[in-house]
Design a protein around this ligand. Structure first.
Ligand SMILES: Nc1ncnc2c1ncn2[C@@H]1O[C@H](COP(=O)(O)OP(=O)(O)O)[C@@H](O)[C@H]1O
Ligand SMILES: [Mg+2]
Length: 445
């Protein structure tokens, strides 16, 4: 019999802790040699899978050696030109990047530009310490592994995401048109997650923040607290509690200030620009105790406050109204997103919700599907819900009430939407509504 019943640490070990598959791409032999030698001393964390001494080799090596991270030398931009170099950053797919660059007079401007590419996790002027560089590569790639583990497969389980290994729904409600009901759906869905799954976070990115208006919250504190102190403490300081319990992070409130803050954002002494938005979301996704879902309401634009959350989400909910204008914008938006985010769109992420359906609506779901197919080369995102026009919705909001939490046709649709996301079976209630909708048998992911 043993006397000490030692408990193992309560922190769950991520499933995959093996060394990070790393590609080094640089024409600079000195750097390559230094990195190679250092990597041999860090085999627990780094596995060099390939070395690309010429830019032309990189794309092929991405395919054959499937690196998790590339250490990429911007020296290549001198021979291949700046634009082709930036284009290369857009073709990295799942591989994330640390960029090193030759001495320049405008370090902050270069770092800021590089940070706009979603695969880039950091950039460093040369000469840089190879050990610090590889340690950062390992840290970034391991963080990415945890994020991917937590966010796939797409359907959430009703267990806690961090402590019990369930999946985290990171859902962004987006569409490049105002007034279609994005904020209304986001707020109600967040409330549904809070009540049916557990603690969930609402993040507003639009300025001024309509979530604040709908929930009757004050504009401060907001995400600027995190921008100024990008740590877990900063995240805590940025959160407001709705009715003393449900977590909300509001946007900076004013669009001019929001843009200015992005241009100055830094973390660990490095200017990271709009990547601060991603850092905030990583911090929230990793928070312990964890959230069951993160619901994000983004502005109807393609600026960083929309693109960064859309690129981070594992669910992209397009809220449209049943008219030709919305259909055209949705098709256009799905194509443009890939361009703006500098990464191919993962079509499995997208689902469409048609809002403000009325008895006289002419468009049927099949017409909308047909429109998508024509615009998107034969593909149509799953149309997962039809939400009826409900005249009480606005009036509830005037009183600071969440429409999804009141009885009525709108609430029934939100309930069905929540069940769709979580895979929870319908409650044993017989619901009657003027325009009931059936969820089509489409599975995302
Ligand atoms: N299903 C619905 N039925 C009736 N009114 C709705 C519905 N969805 C949204 N609304 C109303 O439409 C207006 C715009 O909604 P909002 O969520 O602010 O749109 P967005 O965020 O896309 O700009 C609000 O006044 C809201 O109350
Ligand atoms: Mg809105």
């Amino acid at each position: 019999m043993t006397l000490f019943d030692f408990k193992t640490t309560s922190q769950p070990e991520p499933a995959n802790r093996g060394p990070v598959r790393t590609l080094i791409a640089s024409p600079d032999l000195g750097l390559v040699n230094a990195v190679q030698t250092t990597a041999q001393l860090m085999t627990d964390r780094i596995m060099l899978v390939s070395i690309a001494p010429a830019a032309g080799l990189i794309e092929g090596m991405l395919g054959t050696s499937q690196p998790e991270i590339i250490v990429l030398d911007a020296e290549f931009a001198r021979e291949m030109g700046e634009q082709p170099f930036f284009d290369l950053l857009g073709k990295l797919g799942q591989t994330i990047a640390l960029v090193v660059f030759p001495p320049v007079s405008n370090v902050a401007a270069v770092q800021n530009r590089l940070a706009q590419f979603s695969p880039v996790r950091g950039s460093f002027p040369k000469p840089c310490d190879p050990q610090a560089l590889l340690a950062e590569a390992a840290r970034q790639a391991l963080t990415e592994r945890v994020r991917l583990e937590q966010t796939s497969p797409l359907l959430s389980s009703p267990t806690r995401p961090v402590s019990h290994g369930g999946q985290l729904n990171i859902c962004v409600i987006a569409f490049k048109k105002g007034g279609v009901g994005k904020t209304t759906v986001a707020v109600s869905l967040w409330d549904w997650f809070n009540k049916n799954l557990g603690s969930s976070l609402l993040v507003g990115f639009d300025t001024p923040d309509d979530c604040a208006a709908q929930l009757h919250l004050s504009p401060q504190p907001n995400m600027l607290q995190y921008f100024h102190t990008p740590t877990f403490e900063g995240l805590r300081a940025s959160i407001q509690k709705f009715q003393g319990q449900a977590d909300v992070i509001l946007s900076p409130g004013d669009d001019r200030m929001a843009q200015k803050e992005l241009s100055e954002a830094s973390k660990g002494g490095q200017i990271i620009g709009s990547q601060i938005i991603r850092e905030l979301l990583v911090e929230a996704a990793m928070a312990n105790p964890g959230y069951h879902a993160i619901i994000m309401d983004v502005p109807p634009s393609y600026d960083a406050y929309a693109i960064r959350p859309m690129a981070f989400a594992n669910r992209l909910l397009l809220v449209i109204e049943p008219d030709l204008q919305c259909l055209t914008k949705a098709v256009d938006g799905i194509e443009k997103f890939a361009e703006r985010a500098h990464e191919p769109i993962d079509r499995n992420k997208i689902a469409v919700v048609i809002n403000r359906w009325t008895p006289v609506t002419k468009y049927q779901v099949k017409d909308i599907e047909e429109g998508f197919r024509q615009g998107l080369g034969g593909w149509c995102p799953p149309i997962i819900a039809r939400i009826p026009y409900d005249e009480n919705v606005r009036e509830y909001q005037v009183d600071g009430l969440i429409p999804g939490a009141r009885k009525g046709p709108f609430a029934e649709s939100i309930d069905a939407l929540g069940q769709y996301f979580t895979g929870q079976s319908a409650q044993a209630t017989t619901k009657r509504s003027l325009f009931p909708f059936k969820l089509p048998q489409v599975k995302v992911g």
